[in-house]
Design a protein around this ligand. Structure first.
Ligand SMILES: Cc1cc2nc3c(=O)[nH]c(=O)nc-3n(C[C@H](O)[C@H](O)[C@H](O)COP(=O)(O)OP(=O)(O)OC[C@H]3O[C@@H](n4cnc5c(N)ncnc54)[C@H](O)[C@@H]3O)c2cc1C
Length: 607
């Protein structure tokens, strides 16, 4: 039923543990019983299908290891290399996690330290399940780099702290330049400031929040109440902000945040090119700054560049059909769409059926359009945001609990939650099918975000998609073949009249191409593709050192949750390098871990 191309996630060897935890289970007692601190560990401590995900603490990057045998080898070698010690379980903070009545585990937080440089404090979680013999074993192990010993916390920054920002002028030098002041650039900048790294943010836009302000007028952030929009260091949006924020409110919240933390930004300043000097390990960046009519070119140097230039929201992609030159109406992408008023009394065709298509269609309803028709290529995944597992609240603990998980675990938990609720509320989806809209009920939200780059509709219970009520027609049984002077001709020989055709067909995601344009072919060859998943189910290219060029160039984008959480690891890596003790990166997979990943894929938990 799903319209997903077969991706990596369903092939990974992960199943949620089948375990009925009694309501009154004493999680602290289970944790106390599991007295073994997590080092050294032996095979006996693990379920055979265990997983370990490390977030920079022991591998210097994001890695997921599958199977007890692989984990043991990697774990013991990394603990030795990083001189891990001082493991402390926190039984009192243990909790029972029950994604479904027949599935569950006991989650026990722990802390530890790494002595080899850069010396760090780290945290983690053990997820324990009954071993069938009255004891408990580890099903999931997670480890997270927290902070470097003797250095400030990457998670804390007081508002209005006096800063000694280096002024921006030709020839200026910084430890880091952050390109882009969207949610990703702001998050990295704030964390660099917390760590005392000298930085400058440059953005070609004239103000914070511009990437949102440029979008269509009616845009609303339906997910705000569930998907946390907060930037680092505490709540970004006070109670005065509504649950359903519009683009101005979101931009204002981000502007207030940037002012509160005195983020060092040079606006109307575009990065136009850059070169890397391997001998001196420095970038030279060429910037074009516009002040009124005046354009100035400046050259600055830095040791690290963070590319926070946005992915999936800037460069539109769309199919082309013959006959565009004879079509007498307007053709645009939703990236250019602002409002429908100029087309009153006209026929609109929207190509695409996910979020942007629905936003544009909803925007047109009630504005006197003669007709609105949405063209659906394949089934569309609908995620009522209230069906999502309730864990995205943006606190330090919630972020760690959710985002330290292997994606394959988050995928299974969310599928379980979403599919179950869809099954309990079928009428809402059946109504859409009756209106001609094909619904994908698989709940593959994680795979859509990470492997399909979108193609979802996020919606609220209070804002149901009702194509019938909206007076929006759907055509999902045939594809367009050509434009005509007055509309579009389809495979089934039907002709739809159109005065405006809007492509809601998404954006280009791979920032690597932008890297090629700005820094040339050599740097392009040294960095990874951006987004999509590697064979361990980790996001490619994002938030971590590139395999062929240790650090010095970093990528970040994604949802606010990605920006907020993953910015901490980029900032920590840069701080370590500035201290002269870069975090070592482990890229091996012991034994036959990789082939096991493929072999064991058949064990996937099926709902
Ligand atoms: C219609 C639409 C709706 C969306 N809705 C949501 C949503 O509800 N929730 C969600 O989490 N995400 C949503 N997204 C995805 C959204 O784009 C990202 O979550 C978010 O904008 C990414 O933030 P960012 O900071 O990575 O990049 P952006 O916000 O895109 O910021 C990138 C910044 O880089 C600057 N820049 C680019 N190139 C240069 C250069 N060469 N020199 C200087 N500056 C440069 C740009 O001016 C821009 O300010 C939506 C996207 C679209 C298109």
């Amino acid at each position: 039923m799903a319209n997903l191309p077969q991706g990596i996630l369903p092939t990974l060897p992960c199943s949620l543990p089948k375990c009925h935890l009694p309501e009154d289970i004493d999680a602290a007692a289970v944790a106390r019983e599991f007295t073994t601190p997590p080092s050294p560990l032996s095979l006996d401590h693990f379920m055979s299908d265990a997983l370990w995900r490390d977030s920079v603490a022991l591998t210097g990057t994001f890695r997921t290891f599958y199977s007890a045998a692989t984990i043991i080898e990697a774990w013991n070698s990394r603990c030795l290399a990083r001189q891990a010690q001082g493991f402390q379980l926190a039984p009192e903070a243990a909790r029972a996690v029950r994604p479904a009545p027949c599935l569950g585990w006991i989650e026990v937080p722990f802390t530890f330290e790494t002595e080899s440089l850069p010396a760090a404090t780290c945290s983690g979680f053990l997820s324990l399940v009954p071993d069938g013999n009255g004891g408990w074993k580890i099903w999931l192990l997670r480890t997270i780099l927290e902070e470097f010993r003797g250095q400030p916390s990457v998670d804390e920054l007081e508002p209005n702290t006096p800063t000694a920002h280096r002024p921006f002028h030709d020839g200026a030098s910084y430890e880091c330049v952050v390109v882009g002041c969207g949610q990703s650039g702001l998050s990295v900048a704030g964390r660099l400031q917390a760590l005392g790294v000298s930085y400058l943010v440059v953005d070609k836009a004239p103000r914070v929040g511009d990437s949102w302000l440029q979008r269509y007028e009616s845009m609303k952030y339906t997910a705000a109440s569930v998907i946390c929009f907060c930037l680092p260091f505490g709540p970004t949006f006070t109670d005065e902000y509504p649950d359903l924020m519009n683009r101005q409110e979101l931009a204002r919240g981000y502007q207030d945040w940037a002012e509160r933390y005195s983020i060092n930004i040079s606006f109307s300043t575009e990065l136009v090119s850059g070169t890397w000097d391997e001998d001196h390990r420095k970038w030279t960046l060429q910037l074009r700054q516009q002040q009124g009519e005046q354009i100035t070119t400046r050259s600055i140097t830095c040791s690290h560049v963070v590319m926070a230039v946005g992915a999936g929201g800037h460069e539109p992609v769309r199919p082309t059909y013959p006959g565009e030159d004879i079509f007498q109406g307007d053709i645009l992408h939703t990236a250019q769409y602002k409002s429908p008023h100029q087309w009153e009394g006209k026929h609109a065709v929207i190509i695409g059926s996910a979020n942007s298509a629905h936003d544009a269609a909803a925007d047109m309803v009630g504005t006197g359009m003669a007709s609105i028709t949405m063209i659906q290529r394949s089934r569309t995944c609908i995620i009522p945001v209230e069906y999502m597992p309730k864990f995205s609240k943006g606190s330090k603990l919630a972020d760690r609990q959710q985002l330290s998980n292997p994606l394959t675990v988050n995928r299974l938990v969310s599928i379980l939650s979403i599919r179950g609720q869809i099954a309990q509320n079928p009428e809402r989806f059946d109504a859409l099918e009756r209106a001609g809209f094909k619904v994908d009920r698989d709940g593959e939200v994680i795979a859509h975000v990470t492997e399909r780059y979108g193609g979802i509709i996020w919606t609220l219970e209070t804002a149901p998609i009702s194509l019938k009520d909206w007076f929006v027609k759907v055509k999902s049984n045939s594809h367009p073949v050509t434009f005509t002077p007055t509309g579009l001709l389809f495979e089934d020989d039907t002709h739809l009249p159109a005065d405006v055709v809007i492509f809601a067909t998404g954006y280009k995601w791979n920032v690597r191409d932008t890297i090629g344009e700005l820094f040339g072919e050599k740097i392009y060859d040294q960095v990874e593709d951006y987004w999509g998943l590697d064979k361990e189910g980790e996001i490619r290219g994002a938030f971590k050192p590139s395999p062929r060029m240790y650090g010095h160039i970093w990528f970040i984008s994604g949802t606010t949750t990605h920006s907020r959480y993953y910015s901490r690891f980029i900032a920590l890596h840069i701080k370590a390098d500035v201290m002269g003790t870069p975090v070592p990166v482990y890229r091996d997979t012991p034994g036959d871990g990789v082939s096991k990943v493929v072999e064991m894929g058949k064990d996937e938990y099926k709902n």
